[in-house]
Unconditional design. Structure first.
Length: 374
């Protein structure tokens, strides 16, 4: 649904939306499966009256938090402007509609960075505000892209029914993820590993294969950065080889063991926090598109993959990876394990093309973020 025409935004509007985006970032690891939203409210003279970010699912959204902040300061928001990173909701889910709260508060103007793609909103919040006499302006360009980017998984799930898939790897300069015998701890520095946990915190689920579980016994939870939520840990295990004592099966957080054979079971019961799911494909392996669809139904917005070359290759070969998160260490390993098992190409023109989104130095290492070219 179209949001309708809007006047061009002034530089002051863009600055306020950037403030709101910084607030939205505070909702990472907090608001899932709801989108991360920030809101700033100011009066006609530009004095900030309230700020807010979306809280845990079922709790207040960013607009309500900003209104509460103004109220707690004893400030009157009537006639003011709200800058919000995502269109205010127009439906009654676990909380009342935010557009109604803004109207009731007497705001004269709302500036929206991005239209909400969710079917119950998708322009309806903007329409309701305008119908109540509130001026609504909608951003475009770079600031709108940034607002969509912070909720890239939410947009993907709503529009395509599956999470945004981010494949994380740590490699040497010559593209090796481990020595030939599998040893990989540690290719990258402690600073890079902490950054990796920050990306795990973004995700609703972390995916790995049983080979990685058996070789490295990872926990795959978020430990090195603060978080309110732990991602669902998803282990692909076609034959039920995951040991009951594996660290990935231990709390905190829930675990989904995905099997290719309906009768396959782990060695022993692992607790009520562990769920089993059978998703066999025609070749006896796990149906990866079906898995992504299942995770979409579970309201997983971003799927963070930390796996070995076999699972990485399967996801890449089926075109299921949206983004590569690559930590490059300044070392050469020579013979070793590759990033992914990929088929030989007949020509360079057959290569899958990616575009770099960002690069950042992390101690001695380099973080590369790349997205599949359309």
């Amino acid at each position: 649904m179209s949001a309708g025409p809007s006047a061009g935004l002034a530089p002051a509007d863009t600055a306020r939306l950037r403030e709101a985006l910084a607030l939205a970032a505070q909702a990472i690891g907090v608001s899932d499966p709801n989108p991360r939203v920030g809101c700033v409210i100011a009066d006609a003279d530009g004095r900030v009256l309230g700020r807010g970010a979306t809280q845990a699912a079922g709790q207040a959204h960013a607009e309500v938090m900003a209104l509460r902040d103004a109220q707690a300061r004893g400030l009157d928001v009537r006639g003011g402007t709200a800058w919000v990173t995502l269109e205010p909701c127009a439906h009654h889910g676990r909380t009342p509609p935010c557009c109604d709260a803004l109207v009731a508060a007497g705001l004269a103007r709302v500036v929206v960075a991005a239209v909400d793609p969710f079917g119950a909103v998708n322009g309806a919040g903007i329409a309701r505000l305008r119908a109540a006499g509130v001026q609504v302006d909608v951003a475009d360009g770079e600031i709108a892209d940034a607002a969509r980017d912070i909720n890239i998984g939410f947009f993907q799930r709503v529009q395509r029914g599956r999470p945004w898939v981010r494949l994380k790897v740590a490699v040497s300069l010559d593209g090796r993820t481990a020595l030939p015998d599998g040893r990989s701890q540690w290719i990258t520095s402690a600073k890079a590993r902490q950054d990796g946990h920050a990306w795990r915190r973004r995700a609703g689920a972390v995916l790995t294969g049983v080979g990685t579980v058996l070789a490295d016994d990872p926990r795959l939870d978020v430990r090195l950065v603060p978080t309110q939520l732990q991602p669902l840990r998803v282990v692909l295990d076609t034959q039920g080889r995951t040991p009951a004592q594996a660290q990935v099966l231990q709390p905190p957080g829930r675990v989904l063991l995905v099997q290719g054979l309906a009768g396959a079971q782990p060695a022993a019961a692992a607790g009520d926090h562990v769920e089993r799911l059978a998703l066999p494909a025609a070749d006896g392996r796990i149906d990866l598109p079906a898995l992504l669809a299942d995770l979409g139904r579970r309201q997983i917005n971003e799927l963070h993959v930390e796996a070995g070359a076999t699972l990485n290759g399967a996801l890449l070969n089926q075109g299921l990876v949206d983004e590569l998160l690559v930590y490059v260490a300044p070392m050469l390993l020579g013979a070793g394990r590759p990033l992914a098992e990929l088929p030989a190409l007949a020509a360079l023109a057959d290569a899958t093309r990616w575009r770099f989104v960002s690069t950042q130095a992390l101690g001695p290492d380099l973080r590369l973020l790349a997205r599949r070219q359309a």
